[in-house]
Write a protein that binds this ligand. Structure first.
Ligand SMILES: Cc1cc2nc3c(=O)[nH]c(=O)nc-3n(C[C@H](O)[C@H](O)[C@H](O)COP(=O)(O)OP(=O)(O)OC[C@H]3O[C@@H](n4cnc5c(N)ncnc54)[C@H](O)[C@@H]3O)c2cc1C
Length: 347
């Protein structure tokens, strides 16, 4: 019997490590290149919602999340400016854990399974050719549709919330709050700025606190922010991409980003990793060519994600448009039908 061909994964984030763990469970030799180190804070709402939770269970990772102290979010409320929705039960609970803990625990599981993890090792080759999986996260795009996206994250205490997850929309962006274990709260914002505006240093506190008189400002009035957890990200596009249009094997954000308001990006990272397992294992065992494996992964991801990406664009539009301020916003926020439709269609 010939030896299994090795797989190289570029990017040791959620998608790359999950794929690495799954491949190691089939005894396939895997090396992960990670430009950063563990543990470290990442810009993320830290709210895992959708089918990715089942992937974690199938790969035997769910238990590690519980041991790391993950919490369940069961309720949510949305706000547009001063107007809020009722507090609603989430149709399915979300799993909440800091990326500081999550990425490190996946890295540890990957190493324990016999995978080679190269930390502080940036992949510098242009080529993601045979045997190489691109899992290196969002693709750099400083300006998208004449605008710049940027994200901020900080952990805080003393944040009085009405629900386990709260999303607060304004015209420049939105800020989400998610209850984490041990009384911590994730405060994470996504903002949009015209590309013509100079990209100067932003007053991050002001951006996160929002306008006076809003529920957002009230939430952070007495908050103790953990500045060591502050991080930011910029230069990405939220336009959907199709795997079959790319000639590399991509998973996670490297394949496509879903608007963060859905809280589904991490789930897509886990799901795409699982969808890549079968085709890559077949390639490694010599049962298919690299090109067949790559195309199978891309087609499976496109089938699974196309509909939710389309709905996610609508949800994101709702968070930003000035048309939904005042009474139209109140109507939207109080529609039970819209809430259920958006929740189910974006995951
Ligand atoms: C503001 C904001 C809020 C979000 N909130 C949520 C949320 O609440 N829930 C949710 O599900 N999703 C959320 N997301 C999305 C989620 O964070 C991503 O979808 C998820 O992290 C994607 O995982 P990934 O493994 O594809 O990429 P990443 O987690 O970004 O990992 C990619 C890794 O590749 C490494 N890398 C990059 N280039 C190289 C290289 N050349 N060589 C080696 N390594 C490299 C990076 O260091 C990184 O560790 C949010 C995103 C943003 C921007």
């Amino acid at each position: 019997m010939s030896a299994a061909k090795p797989i190289t994964i570029v990017g040791g984030g959620l998608a790359g490590l999950t794929l690495g763990i799954g491949l190691r469970q089939q005894d396939i030799p895997v090396t992960v290149w990670e430009a950063g180190h563990y543990p470290r804070h990442r810009v993320c709402g830290e709210f895992i919602s959708g089918r990715g939770q089942d992937v974690l269970a199938r790969l035997g990772l769910r238990e590690s999340f519980s041991r790391a102290g993950s919490a369940l979010a069961r309720t949510a409320a949305f706000y547009l400016g001063r107007t809020g929705s009722p507090v609603r039960p989430l149709p399915a609970p979300a799993l909440c854990l800091s990326r500081f803990a999550m990425d490190a625990l996946l890295a540890e599981r990957f190493r324990a399974s016999g995978g080679e993890l190269r930390e502080n090792a940036r992949w510098r080759e242009e080529d993601f050719g045979e045997g190489v999986v691109r899992a290196n996260g969002r693709r750099l795009q400083p300006v998208a549709d004449g605008c710049r996206w940027f994200g901020l994250k900080v952990h805080a205490r003393n944040v009085p919330l009405a629900a386990d997850l709260e999303m607060h929309g304004s015209q420049t962006g939105y800020v989400g709050f998610c209850r984490l274990p041990d009384g911590e709260v994730n405060v994470c914002g996504l903002f949009l700025q015209a590309a013509s505006k100079a990209a100067g240093p932003q007053a991050w506190r002001d951006l996160l606190r929002g306008l006076p008189g809003t529920p957002l400002r009230e939430r952070l009035a007495g908050a103790a922010l953990d500045e060591s957890s502050l991080c930011s990200v910029a230069g990405f596009s939220l336009r959907p991409h199709r795997g079959t249009a790319q000639n590399e094997c991509c998973i996670g954000d490297a394949l496509t980003m879903i608007p963060p308001v859905t809280g589904n990006g991490m789930s897509m990272a886990f799901e795409s990793a699982e969808m890549a397992l079968g085709p890559l294992a077949a390639y490694s065992r010599g049962e298919s060519s690299w090109s067949q494996a790559r195309q199978s992964v891309a087609a499976a991801c496109d089938r699974a994600f196309a509909r939710r990406l389309a709905w996610a664009r609508w949800l994101q539009w709702m968070m930003f448009t000035p048309l939904l301020r005042g009474w139209p916003g109140a109507m939207v926020l109080h529609s039970e039908w819209l809430w259920r439709t958006m929740f189910t269609r974006t995951r």
